[in-house]
Design a protein around this ligand. Structure first.
Ligand SMILES: *Cc1c(COP(=O)(O)O)cnc(C)c1O
Length: 393
Protein backbone atom coordinates (compact mmCIF):
# COMPACT_ATOMS: atom_id res chain seq x y z
CA UNK A 1 0.00 0.00 0.00
CA UNK A 2 1.31 3.48 -0.92
CA UNK A 3 1.88 5.84 2.04
CA UNK A 4 1.41 2.95 4.38
CA UNK A 5 3.46 4.27 7.28
CA UNK A 6 1.62 7.59 7.45
CA UNK A 7 -1.71 5.72 7.20
CA UNK A 8 -0.77 3.46 10.11
CA UNK A 9 0.50 6.43 12.14
CA UNK A 10 -2.72 8.32 11.55
CA UNK A 11 -4.76 5.26 12.58
CA UNK A 12 -2.83 4.80 15.81
CA UNK A 13 -3.30 8.53 16.44
CA UNK A 14 -7.06 8.16 15.94
CA UNK A 15 -7.19 5.12 18.24
CA UNK A 16 -5.31 7.04 20.93
CA UNK A 17 -7.71 9.98 20.59
CA UNK A 18 -10.55 7.60 21.43
CA UNK A 19 -8.85 5.25 23.89
CA UNK A 20 -6.09 7.33 25.44
CA UNK A 21 -2.36 6.76 25.91
CA UNK A 22 -0.84 3.58 27.28
CA UNK A 23 -1.64 0.04 26.22
CA UNK A 24 -5.02 -0.18 24.44
CA UNK A 25 -6.87 -3.50 24.85
CA UNK A 26 -9.16 -4.86 22.12
CA UNK A 27 -12.16 -5.00 24.45
CA UNK A 28 -12.16 -4.57 28.20
CA UNK A 29 -15.07 -5.02 30.61
CA UNK A 30 -16.38 -1.89 32.36
CA UNK A 31 -17.57 -1.98 35.97
CA UNK A 32 -18.48 1.59 36.80
CA UNK A 33 -22.04 1.02 38.07
CA UNK A 34 -23.64 -1.11 40.80
CA UNK A 35 -21.48 -4.20 40.20
CA UNK A 36 -19.64 -4.18 43.54
CA UNK A 37 -22.79 -3.38 45.50
CA UNK A 38 -24.84 -6.20 43.95
CA UNK A 39 -21.99 -8.70 44.33
CA UNK A 40 -21.51 -7.75 47.94
CA UNK A 41 -25.26 -8.05 48.66
CA UNK A 42 -25.20 -11.43 46.96
CA UNK A 43 -22.35 -12.66 49.17
CA UNK A 44 -24.05 -11.31 52.31
CA UNK A 45 -27.24 -13.17 51.37
CA UNK A 46 -25.35 -16.50 51.10
CA UNK A 47 -27.20 -17.18 47.82
CA UNK A 48 -24.10 -17.20 45.63
CA UNK A 49 -24.71 -20.37 43.66
CA UNK A 50 -27.54 -22.00 41.76
CA UNK A 51 -30.44 -20.60 43.76
CA UNK A 52 -31.18 -16.92 44.16
CA UNK A 53 -33.28 -14.01 42.98
CA UNK A 54 -30.68 -12.41 40.71
CA UNK A 55 -30.87 -15.19 38.10
CA UNK A 56 -34.59 -14.64 37.55
CA UNK A 57 -34.11 -10.88 37.57
CA UNK A 58 -31.31 -11.03 34.98
CA UNK A 59 -33.44 -13.32 32.80
CA UNK A 60 -36.34 -10.86 33.05
CA UNK A 61 -34.07 -7.95 32.09
CA UNK A 62 -32.76 -9.78 29.01
CA UNK A 63 -36.27 -10.84 27.95
CA UNK A 64 -37.49 -7.29 28.30
CA UNK A 65 -34.50 -5.78 26.47
CA UNK A 66 -34.60 -8.19 23.53
CA UNK A 67 -38.38 -8.50 23.35
CA UNK A 68 -38.15 -12.30 23.57
CA UNK A 69 -40.92 -13.96 25.60
CA UNK A 70 -38.45 -16.09 27.53
CA UNK A 71 -34.80 -15.94 28.57
CA UNK A 72 -33.00 -18.82 30.30
CA UNK A 73 -29.59 -18.09 31.84
CA UNK A 74 -26.69 -20.54 31.42
CA UNK A 75 -23.04 -20.82 32.55
CA UNK A 76 -21.73 -19.59 29.19
CA UNK A 77 -22.71 -19.03 25.59
CA UNK A 78 -21.35 -22.36 24.40
CA UNK A 79 -23.55 -24.24 26.88
CA UNK A 80 -26.51 -22.14 25.74
CA UNK A 81 -25.83 -23.15 22.12
CA UNK A 82 -25.43 -26.81 23.05
CA UNK A 83 -28.84 -26.85 24.72
CA UNK A 84 -30.53 -24.67 22.07
CA UNK A 85 -29.38 -27.09 19.35
CA UNK A 86 -30.72 -30.06 21.32
CA UNK A 87 -34.03 -28.28 21.79
CA UNK A 88 -34.17 -27.53 18.06
CA UNK A 89 -34.09 -31.32 17.61
CA UNK A 90 -30.47 -31.89 16.57
CA UNK A 91 -29.41 -35.48 17.21
CA UNK A 92 -26.19 -37.46 16.83
CA UNK A 93 -25.39 -38.05 13.15
CA UNK A 94 -27.38 -35.02 11.95
CA UNK A 95 -25.92 -32.11 10.01
CA UNK A 96 -26.11 -28.45 11.02
CA UNK A 97 -25.57 -25.67 8.48
CA UNK A 98 -23.40 -22.83 9.74
CA UNK A 99 -20.73 -20.40 8.58
CA UNK A 100 -17.01 -21.18 8.46
CA UNK A 101 -16.28 -17.58 9.44
CA UNK A 102 -17.23 -17.75 13.12
CA UNK A 103 -15.81 -18.24 16.58
CA UNK A 104 -15.07 -21.89 17.41
CA UNK A 105 -17.87 -22.10 20.02
CA UNK A 106 -20.54 -22.29 17.30
CA UNK A 107 -19.11 -25.51 15.90
CA UNK A 108 -18.00 -26.98 19.22
CA UNK A 109 -21.64 -26.94 20.32
CA UNK A 110 -22.62 -28.84 17.17
CA UNK A 111 -19.90 -31.41 17.88
CA UNK A 112 -20.96 -31.91 21.53
CA UNK A 113 -24.17 -33.44 20.19
CA UNK A 114 -22.33 -35.69 17.77
CA UNK A 115 -23.66 -33.73 14.81
CA UNK A 116 -21.56 -32.47 11.90
CA UNK A 117 -21.35 -28.90 10.59
CA UNK A 118 -21.77 -27.99 6.92
CA UNK A 119 -20.49 -24.57 5.90
CA UNK A 120 -22.01 -22.03 3.52
CA UNK A 121 -20.45 -18.70 2.57
CA UNK A 122 -20.94 -15.28 4.18
CA UNK A 123 -21.88 -11.91 2.67
CA UNK A 124 -19.04 -9.42 2.17
CA UNK A 125 -20.92 -6.54 3.81
CA UNK A 126 -22.42 -8.25 6.90
CA UNK A 127 -19.66 -10.88 7.42
CA UNK A 128 -22.59 -13.16 8.36
CA UNK A 129 -24.27 -16.08 6.60
CA UNK A 130 -25.32 -15.32 3.05
CA UNK A 131 -28.97 -16.21 2.34
CA UNK A 132 -28.08 -16.59 -1.35
CA UNK A 133 -25.29 -19.05 -0.56
CA UNK A 134 -27.62 -20.92 1.80
CA UNK A 135 -30.35 -21.10 -0.83
CA UNK A 136 -27.94 -22.28 -3.52
CA UNK A 137 -26.46 -24.97 -1.28
CA UNK A 138 -29.84 -26.28 -0.14
CA UNK A 139 -31.12 -26.29 -3.70
CA UNK A 140 -28.15 -28.28 -5.00
CA UNK A 141 -27.55 -30.67 -2.13
CA UNK A 142 -30.78 -31.56 -0.37
CA UNK A 143 -33.91 -33.59 -0.93
CA UNK A 144 -37.15 -33.43 1.04
CA UNK A 145 -38.50 -36.47 2.87
CA UNK A 146 -41.49 -36.31 5.24
CA UNK A 147 -41.18 -32.55 5.60
CA UNK A 148 -37.49 -32.71 6.49
CA UNK A 149 -34.34 -31.95 4.49
CA UNK A 150 -31.67 -34.57 3.81
CA UNK A 151 -28.21 -34.14 2.36
CA UNK A 152 -28.22 -36.05 -0.97
CA UNK A 153 -24.48 -36.77 -0.75
CA UNK A 154 -24.15 -37.94 2.86
CA UNK A 155 -27.71 -39.11 3.46
CA UNK A 156 -27.75 -37.24 6.75
CA UNK A 157 -30.65 -35.16 8.00
CA UNK A 158 -30.16 -31.38 8.01
CA UNK A 159 -31.42 -30.69 11.52
CA UNK A 160 -30.72 -26.99 12.05
CA UNK A 161 -29.17 -23.84 10.64
CA UNK A 162 -27.01 -21.58 12.83
CA UNK A 163 -26.28 -18.15 11.37
CA UNK A 164 -24.13 -15.77 13.42
CA UNK A 165 -24.30 -11.97 13.70
CA UNK A 166 -20.58 -11.31 13.28
CA UNK A 167 -19.13 -8.63 15.58
CA UNK A 168 -22.70 -7.41 16.18
CA UNK A 169 -23.43 -6.63 12.51
CA UNK A 170 -26.84 -8.18 11.80
CA UNK A 171 -26.81 -10.80 9.05
CA UNK A 172 -29.74 -11.13 6.58
CA UNK A 173 -31.64 -13.15 9.13
CA UNK A 174 -35.15 -12.70 7.69
CA UNK A 175 -34.15 -14.20 4.33
CA UNK A 176 -32.28 -17.00 6.10
CA UNK A 177 -35.29 -17.84 8.27
CA UNK A 178 -37.68 -17.79 5.32
CA UNK A 179 -35.45 -20.07 3.22
CA UNK A 180 -35.06 -22.48 6.14
CA UNK A 181 -38.83 -22.48 6.66
CA UNK A 182 -39.27 -23.66 3.06
CA UNK A 183 -36.99 -26.61 3.82
CA UNK A 184 -38.39 -27.41 7.29
CA UNK A 185 -35.10 -26.52 8.97
CA UNK A 186 -35.22 -24.78 12.38
CA UNK A 187 -32.97 -21.72 12.84
CA UNK A 188 -30.90 -21.20 15.98
CA UNK A 189 -29.33 -17.74 15.93
CA UNK A 190 -25.88 -17.45 17.46
CA UNK A 191 -26.43 -13.94 18.82
CA UNK A 192 -23.46 -14.17 21.20
CA UNK A 193 -21.99 -10.98 19.75
CA UNK A 194 -25.16 -9.04 18.99
CA UNK A 195 -26.85 -7.92 22.20
CA UNK A 196 -28.18 -4.49 21.22
CA UNK A 197 -28.23 -5.19 17.45
CA UNK A 198 -31.48 -4.92 15.50
CA UNK A 199 -33.02 -5.62 12.15
CA UNK A 200 -35.54 -2.82 11.79
CA UNK A 201 -36.88 -2.46 15.30
CA UNK A 202 -36.61 -6.16 16.07
CA UNK A 203 -33.74 -7.43 18.22
CA UNK A 204 -31.32 -9.94 16.73
CA UNK A 205 -31.98 -13.40 18.12
CA UNK A 206 -35.77 -13.08 17.95
CA UNK A 207 -36.10 -14.33 14.37
CA UNK A 208 -35.16 -18.00 14.76
CA UNK A 209 -36.88 -20.64 16.88
CA UNK A 210 -34.19 -20.07 19.51
CA UNK A 211 -31.12 -17.88 19.95
CA UNK A 212 -28.20 -17.72 22.31
CA UNK A 213 -26.25 -14.87 23.91
CA UNK A 214 -22.86 -14.76 25.65
CA UNK A 215 -21.70 -12.66 28.59
CA UNK A 216 -18.06 -13.66 28.44
CA UNK A 217 -15.54 -11.09 29.66
CA UNK A 218 -14.91 -9.67 26.19
CA UNK A 219 -18.55 -9.24 25.16
CA UNK A 220 -20.65 -6.04 25.23
CA UNK A 221 -21.77 -6.78 28.80
CA UNK A 222 -20.26 -9.47 30.99
CA UNK A 223 -21.20 -11.68 33.92
CA UNK A 224 -17.64 -13.00 34.17
CA UNK A 225 -18.84 -16.02 32.27
CA UNK A 226 -22.43 -16.57 31.26
CA UNK A 227 -24.91 -17.12 28.50
CA UNK A 228 -28.62 -17.00 27.73
CA UNK A 229 -31.11 -18.89 25.60
CA UNK A 230 -33.94 -16.73 24.26
CA UNK A 231 -37.13 -17.96 22.63
CA UNK A 232 -40.79 -17.05 22.17
CA UNK A 233 -41.87 -20.67 22.50
CA UNK A 234 -43.32 -21.50 25.94
CA UNK A 235 -42.64 -25.24 25.69
CA UNK A 236 -39.04 -24.82 24.50
CA UNK A 237 -38.38 -22.30 27.29
CA UNK A 238 -39.71 -24.70 29.89
CA UNK A 239 -37.56 -27.51 28.57
CA UNK A 240 -34.51 -25.22 28.38
CA UNK A 241 -34.85 -24.39 32.07
CA UNK A 242 -35.44 -28.05 32.92
CA UNK A 243 -32.46 -29.63 31.18
CA UNK A 244 -30.05 -26.85 32.14
CA UNK A 245 -30.91 -27.44 35.80
CA UNK A 246 -30.16 -31.21 35.95
CA UNK A 247 -33.72 -32.14 34.81
CA UNK A 248 -34.86 -32.13 38.43
CA UNK A 249 -38.55 -32.69 38.99
CA UNK A 250 -39.81 -30.05 41.44
CA UNK A 251 -40.27 -31.54 44.90
CA UNK A 252 -39.77 -30.07 48.40
CA UNK A 253 -37.00 -32.55 49.33
CA UNK A 254 -36.75 -35.58 47.04
CA UNK A 255 -34.12 -35.90 44.29
CA UNK A 256 -35.93 -37.06 41.19
CA UNK A 257 -34.58 -36.36 37.69
CA UNK A 258 -36.58 -37.46 34.66
CA UNK A 259 -33.85 -37.41 31.97
CA UNK A 260 -30.11 -36.79 31.59
CA UNK A 261 -29.73 -33.09 32.25
CA UNK A 262 -26.92 -30.57 32.49
CA UNK A 263 -25.56 -28.45 35.30
CA UNK A 264 -25.54 -25.41 33.03
CA UNK A 265 -27.32 -22.88 35.25
CA UNK A 266 -25.81 -19.48 35.83
CA UNK A 267 -24.71 -18.91 39.45
CA UNK A 268 -26.50 -16.11 41.31
CA UNK A 269 -23.16 -14.33 41.80
CA UNK A 270 -22.67 -14.02 38.05
CA UNK A 271 -26.29 -12.98 37.55
CA UNK A 272 -25.82 -10.18 40.12
CA UNK A 273 -23.02 -8.83 37.94
CA UNK A 274 -25.33 -9.12 34.92
CA UNK A 275 -28.10 -7.11 36.62
CA UNK A 276 -25.68 -4.25 37.26
CA UNK A 277 -24.33 -4.42 33.71
CA UNK A 278 -27.84 -4.32 32.23
CA UNK A 279 -28.47 -0.97 33.94
CA UNK A 280 -25.61 0.46 31.86
CA UNK A 281 -26.33 -1.31 28.57
CA UNK A 282 -28.16 1.55 26.80
CA UNK A 283 -25.41 4.02 27.76
CA UNK A 284 -22.71 1.54 26.68
CA UNK A 285 -24.39 1.07 23.31
CA UNK A 286 -24.58 4.83 22.80
CA UNK A 287 -20.86 5.21 23.56
CA UNK A 288 -19.92 2.27 21.32
CA UNK A 289 -21.92 3.85 18.52
CA UNK A 290 -20.07 7.11 18.96
CA UNK A 291 -16.73 5.25 18.77
CA UNK A 292 -17.86 3.45 15.60
CA UNK A 293 -18.81 6.77 14.01
CA UNK A 294 -15.38 8.18 14.78
CA UNK A 295 -13.75 5.18 13.11
CA UNK A 296 -16.18 5.43 10.20
CA UNK A 297 -15.33 9.09 9.68
CA UNK A 298 -11.61 8.32 9.87
CA UNK A 299 -11.82 5.69 7.13
CA UNK A 300 -14.28 7.61 4.93
CA UNK A 301 -12.59 8.50 1.66
CA UNK A 302 -9.30 6.90 2.75
CA UNK A 303 -7.86 4.33 0.36
CA UNK A 304 -6.56 1.00 1.66
CA UNK A 305 -9.26 -0.01 4.14
CA UNK A 306 -13.04 -0.26 4.34
CA UNK A 307 -14.83 0.20 7.67
CA UNK A 308 -17.51 -2.45 8.26
CA UNK A 309 -20.79 -0.56 8.71
CA UNK A 310 -24.27 -1.67 9.66
CA UNK A 311 -26.27 -2.42 6.48
CA UNK A 312 -29.24 -0.11 5.73
CA UNK A 313 -32.27 -0.92 7.86
CA UNK A 314 -30.22 -2.53 10.64
CA UNK A 315 -28.58 -1.34 13.85
CA UNK A 316 -25.25 -2.83 14.90
CA UNK A 317 -24.16 -2.79 18.53
CA UNK A 318 -20.64 -2.24 17.13
CA UNK A 319 -19.33 -4.73 19.67
CA UNK A 320 -16.02 -5.09 17.81
CA UNK A 321 -15.23 -2.57 15.10
CA UNK A 322 -13.78 -4.16 11.98
CA UNK A 323 -12.02 -3.02 8.84
CA UNK A 324 -11.27 -4.86 5.60
CA UNK A 325 -7.76 -4.26 4.21
CA UNK A 326 -6.84 -4.53 0.53
CA UNK A 327 -4.56 -7.54 0.92
CA UNK A 328 -3.25 -10.07 3.41
CA UNK A 329 0.12 -8.32 3.28
CA UNK A 330 -1.42 -4.99 4.29
CA UNK A 331 -3.28 -6.76 7.07
CA UNK A 332 -0.14 -8.42 8.41
CA UNK A 333 1.75 -5.14 8.38
CA UNK A 334 -1.08 -3.30 10.13
CA UNK A 335 -1.28 -6.00 12.81
CA UNK A 336 2.48 -5.84 13.38
CA UNK A 337 2.67 -2.04 13.48
CA UNK A 338 -0.30 -1.46 15.81
CA UNK A 339 0.58 -4.24 18.25
CA UNK A 340 4.17 -2.95 18.44
CA UNK A 341 2.70 0.44 19.37
CA UNK A 342 0.76 -1.12 22.27
CA UNK A 343 -2.53 -0.93 20.39
CA UNK A 344 -4.23 -4.29 20.36
CA UNK A 345 -5.66 -5.27 16.99
CA UNK A 346 -6.56 -8.80 15.93
CA UNK A 347 -7.21 -10.68 12.69
CA UNK A 348 -10.58 -12.36 12.21
CA UNK A 349 -10.79 -16.04 13.16
CA UNK A 350 -9.18 -18.79 11.12
CA UNK A 351 -11.98 -20.39 9.08
CA UNK A 352 -13.45 -23.51 10.68
CA UNK A 353 -12.42 -25.47 7.60
CA UNK A 354 -8.81 -24.49 8.38
CA UNK A 355 -8.96 -26.29 11.75
CA UNK A 356 -8.17 -30.00 12.10
CA UNK A 357 -11.58 -30.90 13.59
CA UNK A 358 -13.59 -29.39 10.73
CA UNK A 359 -11.25 -29.57 7.76
CA UNK A 360 -13.22 -32.37 6.09
CA UNK A 361 -16.66 -30.83 6.54
CA UNK A 362 -18.73 -30.21 3.45
CA UNK A 363 -18.80 -26.59 2.22
CA UNK A 364 -19.74 -24.49 -0.79
CA UNK A 365 -16.30 -23.17 -1.75
CA UNK A 366 -16.46 -20.29 0.76
CA UNK A 367 -15.19 -17.67 -1.69
CA UNK A 368 -16.10 -14.62 0.42
CA UNK A 369 -15.11 -16.29 3.69
CA UNK A 370 -11.62 -17.07 2.36
CA UNK A 371 -11.26 -13.54 1.00
CA UNK A 372 -12.31 -11.95 4.30
CA UNK A 373 -10.19 -14.33 6.38
CA UNK A 374 -7.09 -12.73 4.85
CA UNK A 375 -8.18 -9.12 5.20
CA UNK A 376 -10.33 -8.40 8.27
CA UNK A 377 -8.85 -6.72 11.35
CA UNK A 378 -10.64 -5.80 14.58
CA UNK A 379 -9.89 -2.44 16.17
CA UNK A 380 -10.01 -1.52 19.88
CA UNK A 381 -13.69 -1.12 20.77
CA UNK A 382 -14.03 -0.83 24.56
CA UNK A 383 -16.04 1.83 26.30
CA UNK A 384 -13.17 4.13 27.37
CA UNK A 385 -12.40 4.77 31.03
CA UNK A 386 -14.68 7.44 32.47
CA UNK A 387 -16.80 7.67 29.31
CA UNK A 388 -20.03 7.32 31.31
CA UNK A 389 -19.16 10.48 33.25
CA UNK A 390 -18.54 12.37 30.02
CA UNK A 391 -21.77 11.13 28.49
CA UNK A 392 -23.77 12.36 31.49
CA UNK A 393 -22.42 15.91 31.32
C1 LIG B 1 -18.50 -15.58 22.55
C2 LIG B 1 -19.13 -16.42 21.54
C3 LIG B 1 -19.84 -17.60 21.87
C4 LIG B 1 -20.01 -18.12 23.26
O1 LIG B 1 -18.87 -18.09 23.99
P1 LIG B 1 -18.77 -18.38 25.56
O2 LIG B 1 -17.36 -17.95 25.84
O3 LIG B 1 -18.98 -19.84 25.75
O4 LIG B 1 -19.77 -17.56 26.30
C5 LIG B 1 -20.47 -18.29 20.85
N1 LIG B 1 -20.40 -17.89 19.58
C6 LIG B 1 -19.75 -16.77 19.22
C7 LIG B 1 -19.75 -16.36 17.80
C8 LIG B 1 -19.07 -16.00 20.17
O5 LIG B 1 -18.42 -14.90 19.80
Amino acid sequence: MKGQTSFFEALVGQIRLIHGDGPVPLHRPVFEGNEKRYLSECIDSNFVSSVGARVAEFERQIAEFTGARHAIATVNGTAALHVALRLAGVEPGDEVISQALTFIATCNAVSYIGAVPVFVDVDLDTLGMSPNALCAWLDAHTERRDGEAYNKTTGRRIAACVPMHTFGVPCRIQDIVSTCRDYGIPVVEDAAESLGSYVGKRHSGTFGALATLSFNGNKTITTGGGGMIITDDDALAKRAKHITTTSKVPHPYEFVHDEVGYNYRLPNLNAALGCAQMERLPAMLAIKREIAHRYRDFFAGRAGARFVEEPAGTTSNYWLNAIVLDSQRDRDELLRYTNEQGVMTRPIWRLMTGLPMFKDCQHDGLVNSLWLEERVVNLPSSVPEGAFGRLRT
